[in-house]
Write a protein that binds this ligand. Structure first.
Ligand code: NDP
Length: 243
């Protein structure tokens, strides 16, 4: 539809990405065409159900694994003129535990997803955005991108790295915003809590991961700290940011 903005969102099979996709696709003024992506379409049912009538109209699905160069390229190639107005980098994974017990390979996976995954996406959409001198890139970071938290060393580092990358990139690509949620009730959070509880790390307080301190860093990038705890709180904030 003319005038509609193409919004590509990563990691829409659950949690925050799913709710952002649904909220934008159900926009009353139909301002967005949402390309909701996920790495495995077998996980699409929750999204399709939540999208209701919007599915097939203002919301379409595509396969995308942010860890694969090929998958990212294929997905963007599949979009008309490779034209994305708004890219929402939401896909991410967590990793909790004492450093000694975590294999390096698992740590690399966190960086591959949370850091290089975002870079891969931005690299693919940036040429078109630069050419058109438009576009908006949103990155779902975390308060852990600003403040380290015990047993989240590598996850926090991946988000810190992305914050640095985005701050530098914002100099070239002016329209870049970061969303920094505190704890949000999603599969991600449930897994973190379960990991801490199940492994019974000596000296660990299971509620440790809730000790978030909200900090504000002056920055050249717009930073939106989100204090809500439901995926809808984050989706509402994201919608405000792009409006
Ligand atoms: P969920 O686990 O509910 O959702 C994460 C999504 O990312 C899933 O759709 C998952 O897909 C997808 N994903 C994982 N790896 C890849 C990949 N390689 N390629 C494409 N998609 C992938 O978590 P949340 O909704 O909570 O997390 C979303 C974002 O919010 C993350 O970046 C996270 O770091 C951030 N965040 C979350 C907080 C929280 O407390 N929940 C707090 C602060 C930030 P699949 O179904 O295939 O696994």
């Amino acid at each position: 539809i003319p005038g509609q903005k193409v919004v590509l969102i990563t990691g829409c099979s659950s949690g925050i990405g799913l709710r952002i996709a649904v909220m934008l696709a159900k926009d009353e003024q139909k301002r967005y065409h949402v390309i909701a992506t996920m790495r495995d379409l077998k996980r699409k049912d929750k999204l399709v159900e939540a999208a209701g009538d919007a599915y097939g109209k203002t919301l379409s699905l595509a396969v995308l694994d942010v860890c694969s160069d090929e998958s990212v390229k294929q997905c963007i190639d599949g979009i008309k003129d490779r034209h994305v107005d708004i890219l929402i980098n939401n896909a991410g994974i967590g990793l909790v535990g004492p450093l000694e017990s975590i294999p390096i390979e698992e740590m690399k996976k966190v960086f591959e997803t949370n850091f290089f995954g975002v870079i891969r996406m931005i690299k693919e959409v940036m040429p078109d955005m630069k050419k058109r001198r438009g576009g908006h890139i949103i990155v779902v970071s975390s308060v852990m991108g600003l403040q380290g938290v015990v047993f989240n060393d590598v996850y926090a580092a991946s988000k810190f790295a992305m914050e640095g990358f985005c701050e530098s990139l914002a100099v070239q690509l002016l329209n870049l915003s970061m969303i920094e949620p505190g704890p949000v009730h999603t599969e991600f959070e449930a897994k973190m809590i379960q990991d801490v509880r199940q492994k019974e790390y000596p000296g660990a307080d299971p509620d440790t991961i809730h000790y978030f301190k909200n900090v504000y860093l002056p920055s050249s990038v717009d930073i939106f700290e989100v204090l809500g705890q439901t995926p809808d709180d984050i989706a509402r904030c994201t919608k405000k940011v792009i409006e």
